[in-house]
Design a protein around this ligand. Structure first.
Ligand code: 5CA
Ligand code: ZN
Length: 477
């Protein structure tokens, strides 16, 4: 079944807040703008998502570390493009108690200027390179655009930032490719749909040589940047004087990359998979993969309980995350409603008819289809269903996403389609045309295709001169 997102396009924003609240993901009522509380159920989702990310990074030679939150202004301002962009976007600590600090301290908005000066102490020669590290921590940004839970927050509580150091540019560029591959795999495992674009010059990360970004689409047709990968060249190496001895004996500045992911990814998976019943959790990150609900019936309570316990044991033994909801004061109907809202992939119903036939009833959350299976084969059956749900969510997300990308050479059509997704149009590559396009269609340039697929022979949609590449435009979060 394909969930038609258009049903809730208009009320997506409201739907999103309702789901976060009622499925107990985040409580956003904390009295500091842009700050929220991870509730136990949301925190479990967060942990499962981070486990995938940690595995992918650890398996490719990244080492997890943890750096300080405070950055002295003297370090922060060393890379000029970086400080220019982040100065007004940072929270500043100016006092210790009532004493004014000699050097004010920024709460890290990201950590290049925290990590690079320490790397300088640890790298001597080419033998110390490449070096790949990451941390998962809070960062703080004084966002002035409208804040929204998970999507744009001022305390980003789930910031995974990787930083890598290399002996030459080729190796750093190879790392950029590796990072893009790792993120692809990560988003694929979450069943997300995305495109990767090279950001235009005027929208690069502050201090980067080039930036590549993953964008997805939310049901309201606006794009959301869910991850970025930056080639930092030697910009920070030079600013912080990080040198190493090359094989031939001479010195060079270190080459760097950095790449980041935040809780926006969790916003994206809620938004892309959810439906009118609430959350639909991909099985691989679902805190509970199957919930067993007894349907009590006078006289057969004992048999029903016995069957529930036996199914629980079977699922538990095959490492399916399972729970029995045996609250006696709540009706089965209210339980269905609650677990659907929380997106539990499989509901197992066990009632008088089921026990009589030695069967159980299974309902899958993505399509709400009901099937029946022998009590004996329940673990194998649910294993198959979980795999099928995982697959189906991804397929639906990708199908919907692709249906909301429009290629056009006409400005009128670009204007018409921009409200519902991403528009791709021929572009000469000039910044002037890019900026003009942004104002004419009232949207943002996301960038161009990373591969060769983005080339075009059509003329620039703005100036009519020979086009170089297809540029992507969208109303962006
Ligand atoms: N140092 C680099 C690489 S870690 C860096 O900071 N890149 S970034 O600025 O692009 O941030 C990485 C990712 O964090 C972004 O792609 C975006 O998905 C997410 N992010 C940035 N700001 C916020 C915010 N205010 N709320 C939620 N997520 C954010
Ligand atoms: Zn042009």
């Amino acid at each position: 079944m394909v969930v038609d997102r258009r049903i809730w396009k208009e009320r997506f924003s409201h739907w999103f807040r309702e789901v976060l609240d009622r499925a107990e993901i985040i409580d956003y009522r904390y009295p500091v703008k842009g700050c929220g509380v991870w509730l136990p159920y949301g925190f479990k989702i967060r942990n499962n998502v981070l486990a995938i990310l940690r595995r992918l990074l650890d398996d490719s030679g990244h080492e997890e570390m943890l750096f300080p939150v405070l950055i002295p202004e003297s370090l922060f301002e060393k890379e000029s493009a970086h400080i220019r962009s982040f100065e007004d976007e940072s929270f500043w600590v100016t006092h210790g108690g009532s004493t004014r600090l000699d050097v004010k301290l920024a709460l890290r908005p990201t950590s290049e200027t925290v990590i690079t000066p320490m790397i300088k102490l640890w790298i001597r020669s080419h033998a110390d390179l490449p070096k790949k590290i990451y941390q998962i921590a809070s960062i703080f940004r004084y966002e002035t655009k409208a804040t929204r839970p998970l999507i744009r927050v001022r305390e980003v509580t789930t910031f995974k930032e990787a930083h890598t150091y290399h002996a030459n540019h080729e190796d750093a560029l190879r790392q950029v490719d590796e990072a893009i591959d790792i993120y692809r795999e990560f988003f694929d495992e979450l069943g997300l749909a995305y495109i990767v674009s090279k950001r235009p010059e005027w929208d690069k990360f502050a201090g980067a040589v080039s930036s590549y970004a993953f964008d997805t689409l939310l049901p309201d047709g606006r794009s959301l940047q869910i991850g970025t990968v930056h080639d930092l060249g030697q910009n920070f190496g030079k600013a912080f004087d990080v040198t190493f001895e090359k094989k031939e004996g001479e010195k060079d500045y270190v080459w760097q990359t950095s790449y980041g992911i935040s809780e926006r990814v969790i916003a994206a998976l809620i938004a892309l998979h959810g439906d009118d019943h609430g959350l639909v959790s991909p099985p691989n990150i679902a805190p509970i993969q199957a919930v067993i609900i007894p349907i009590p019936y006078k006289g057969v309570e004992a048999e029903i309980n016995k069957s529930c316990n036996s199914v629980f044991e079977d699922l538990n033994n095959t490492e399916i995350r399972v729970k029995i909801d045996d609250r006696s004061e709540t009706t089965p109907g209210s339980k269905y409603y609650e677990w659907e809202l929380r997106g539990v992939p499989i509901r197992v119903e066990i009632g008088p008819r089921d026990v009589k036939e030695k069967k159980v009833t299974l309902v899958r959350r993505d399509t709400l289809e009901r099937t029946s299976c022998d009590e004996k084969s329940v673990a194998r059956e649910i294993g198959k269903l979980l795999a099928s749900i995982q697959e189906n969510l991804k397929e639906n997300a990708v199908r919907w996403f692709n249906a909301h990308i429009t290629k056009t050479e006409k400005l009128d059509e670009a204007k018409k389609k921009i409200g519902s997704g991403i528009v791709e149009a021929p572009w000469c590559g000039n910044e002037g045309c890019g900026i003009k396009m942004e104002s004419l269609v009232d949207a943002r340039v996301l960038g161009t295709d990373v591969g060769a697929g983005g080339e075009t022979s059509a003329n620039c949609i703005i100036c009519g001169n020979k086009g170089k590449s297809m540029v992507r435009i969208a109303r962006a979060y």
